[in-house]
Design a protein around this ligand. Structure first.
Ligand code: NAD
Ligand code: MN
Length: 496
C-alpha cells in the first residue's frame, strides 16, 4: 500500500495518546480507559484516545461552571472577541496540520479538508465580531397604573453548554457551536464523535494557546452513550447543542427534559433537488452530482433526491453517470483522490445495505453499487445512481448518508412540489432554472431551512442554517444562533 507523508507536527501529535481537557488540564479518563482511532482509508489505528465516562463528564461540567461564575464572567466583550480573533489566526497558521488530521481520521480528500480548516477560521472570525454587538432594547411599556415605568432587556449567556458533534465535518461542527457559545459568554463541554476526536483535540490545544481561561472550554472524548448520555442528563448543564442522527437527537431531547435544558438540534435530511426544463442542464447535472457526492455523501444537506423534468431525464442521467464514474477513489492524502472512503466499516455496511435494498425494491441501478475493485482495504464505495420511477424504494425516502443518488422524473410543477415536500425531513432543497418567476415561487413553497437556487451546499456564517420538521430544532449561524445561546431578561423600573 502506498504511504503518504504527513507533517512532523502531525506525526508528533499521533505519537501520544489523546487526552481529555478539563479545567485547563490535559488528563487521562478517570477510569483509565482508551479507545483506538482508525484511518478509514487504510483500516490502521492512528492513535488511542481517552475514553471518558460519567465521572469525567461531572468533572468537566464542574470546571465549566466554575469558569462561568469566575474568570470568564470577568472578561469584557471586547476581550472575548480578541480571544476569538486570536483563535482564528491560530487556525489559519495550523491549517495544513488540521487538514491532515481531518483526512487521516475522516477520510475526505485533503483539498476538502483544507477547505474545512479554512472555513473554521472564517467562522470563528465572524463570531469574534459578535461579543461587542449583542444588545438589549428599551421597550415602550404601558402600565395599567399609569406610573412612569422604564423597561429594558439584557442579553445574558445561557451558561454551561454541552456541544455534541458528529464525524462528517469533524472540525467545522466543533466551531459552528463553539463560536456562538464563546461569543455570547457561555462555557462549553465539547464531545466530538468517537470516529473523529483527533482534530477536536488539536482545536482545543489551539484554544488553550489562544489564552482562553481554564474551564471555559472542556473536552470529553468517548463513546456516545457513555459521554453524550450523561451530558444530556446532567442537572448542571443549561443547554445542549447537537448535530447527528435523528434517533440520537430524540434521545437527547428526552433526556434534556430532566432539568429543561435549552436544546438545539441539527439532524438528518433527504433533500430534494429539482431540475426545471429551462435550466442550464450541463451545469445543473454537475451541481446535482457535486450535491450528493461531496464528502462521500456524508452531509446532512446531501442532495439525495433528484427530481428531473421528464423532457431532460435522459440527458441528465448521462451526465450524472459521467460525473460519478469520473471520481477517483483513494486515500485522501493522495492529491489525485477526488473521493475518499466512508468514515467507518459501520457506515459502509449501512450504505451497502441500502444499495441492495434499493435494487430489491425496484429501483434501477444506473451506475456504481459496489466496492471499487482496485482498492483492497478501506471503507470505499463507488458513487452510485438509482432511477426510481415509482418513488417507493427506501433509497427514495430514507437518509443513506453515502454517495448514493436517487433520481425521479416529473412533469407537473404543483405535483412536484407536493412530492418534494412529502418527507419527514426539511433541512435543504434546491432548484435549477433560468426563470426568475419559477425560482422564487418554488423556493417559497419548499419546506426546508435552506433553499439553493442554481447552487448547492452554500453555507455562510452570516446566514441561518437548520431544519424544518424532523430535521431539527432551531438555527445555527447568523444572529439567530446568538439568540440560541442567550437568555433575555426583562427589567422593569418603577420611576414614580
Ligand atoms: P450519531 O447521532 O450516533 O452520533 C452523533 C454524535 O452523537 C456523536 O458525537 C456520538 O458520540 C453522539 N451520541 C451517540 N449516541 C449518543 C447518546 N445516546 N447520547 C448522546 N450522544 C450520543 O450518528 P452516527 O451513529 O455516527 O451516524 C448514524 C447516522 O446519523 C448516519 O448514517 C447519518 O444518517 C446520521 N448523521 C447525521 C449527521 C448530520 O450532520 N446531521 C452527522 C452524522 C451522522
Ligand atoms: Mn450512533
Amino acid at each position: 500500500m502506498k504511504q503518504f507523508e504527513v507533517l512532523p507536527a502531525v506525526q508528533h501529535f499521533l505519537s501520544q495518546p489523546g487526552r481529555l481537557f478539563i479545567g485547563g488540564s490535559w488528563q487521562d479518563a478517570a477510569a483509565g480507559r482508551r479507545f483506538a482511532v482508525e484511518n478509514p482509508a487504510t483500516e490502521e489505528t492512528l492513535t488511542e484516545v481517552a475514553q471518558g465516562d460519567a465521572r469525567d463528564v461531572d468533572a468537566a461540567v464542574a470546571a465549566a461552571r466554575a469558569a462561568f461564575n469566575g474568570a470568564w464572567a470577568l472578561q469584557s466583550p471586547a476581550q472575548r472577541g480578541l480571544l476569538l480573533f486570536r483563535l482564528a489566526d491560530l487556525l489559519d497558521q495550523h491549517r495544513e496540520e488540521l487538514a491532515q488530521l481531518i483526512t487521516l481520521e475522516n477520510g475526505k480528500p485533503i483539498s476538502a479538508a483544507r477547505g474545512e480548516a479554512a472555513s473554521a477560521a472564517t467562522i470563528i472570525r465572524y463570531f469574534a465580531g459578535w461579543p461587542t454587538k449583542i444588545e438589549g432594547s428599551t421597550l415602550p411599556v404601558s402600565p395599567a397604573s399609569g406610573a412612569p415605568m422604564l423597561n429594558y432587556t439584557l442579553r445574558e449567556p445561557v451558561g454551561v453548554c454541552a456541544l455534541i458533534v458528529p464525524w462528517n465535518f469533524p472540525l467545522n461542527m466543533c466551531v459552528w457551536k463553539l463560536g456562538p457559545a464563546l461569543a455570547t459568554g457561555c462555557v462549553a463541554v465539547l464531545k466530538p464523535a468517537e470516529q473523529t476526536p483527533l482534530v477536536a483535540i488539536r482545536l482545543v490545544q489551539l484554544i488553550e494557546a489562544a489564552g482562553f481561561p481554564a474551564g471555559v472550554v472542556n473536552l470529553i472524548t468517548g463513546l456516545g452513550a457513555e459521554t453524550g448520555g450523561p451530558l444530556a442528563q446532567h442537572p448542571d448543564v443549561d443547554k445542549i447543542a447537537f448535530t447527528g442522527s435523528t434517533h440520537v437527537g430524540r434521545l437527547i431531547a428526552q433526556a434534556a427534559t430532566s432539568n429543561m435544558k435549552k436544546v438545539s438540534l441539527e439532524l438528518g435530511g433527504k433533500s430534494p433537488n429539482i431540475i426545471l426544463p429551462d435550466a442550464d442542464i450541463v451545469r445543473a447535472a454537475k451541481g446535482a452530482a457535486d450535491g450528493i457526492f461531496y464528502n462521500q455523501g456524508q452531509v446532512c444537506t446531501a442532495a439525495s433526491r433528484l427530481y428531473v423534468h421528464a423532457s431532460v431525464l435522459d440527458q441528465v442521467l448521462e451526465e450524472l453517470e459521467r460525473h460519478a464514474t469520473a471520481h477517483v477513489l483513494g486515500n485522501g492524502l493522495d492529491p489525485a483522490t477526488s473521493m475518499g472512503p466512508l468514515v467507518s466499516g459501520r457506515q459502509l455496511s449501512t450504505v451497502k445495505g441500502y444499495l441492495q435494498r434499493g435494487q430489491e425494491e425496484g429501483a434501477e441501478l444506473i451506475c456504481g453499487g459496489g466496492r471499487p475493485a482496485h482498492l483492497e482495504r478501506g471503507h470505499f464505495i463507488a458513487p452510485s445512481v438509482f432511477l426510481d420511477r415509482a418513488e417507493r424504494a427506501c433509497v427514495a425516502r430514507e437518509e443513506i448518508f453515502g454517495p448514493v443518488l436517487t433520481v425521479m422524473s416529473w412533469t407537473e410543477i404543483d405535483d412536484l412540489v407536493l412530492r418534494a415536500n412529502d418527507s419527514p425531513y426539511g433541512l435543504a432543497a434546491g432548484l435549477w432554472t433560468r426563470d426568475l418567476r419559477s425560482a422564487h415561487r418554488v423556493a417559497a413553497q419548499l419546506k426546508a431551512g435552506s433553499v439553493w437556487i442554481n447552487c448547492w451546499n452554500v453555507v455562510d456564517a452570516a446566514s441561518p442554517f437548520g431544519g424544518y420538521k424532523q430535521s431539527g430544532w432551531g438555527r445555527e449561524m447568523g444572529k439567530n444562533v446568538i439568540d440560541a445561546y442567550t437568555e433575555t431578561k426583562s427589567v422593569f423600573v418603577d420611576l414614580a
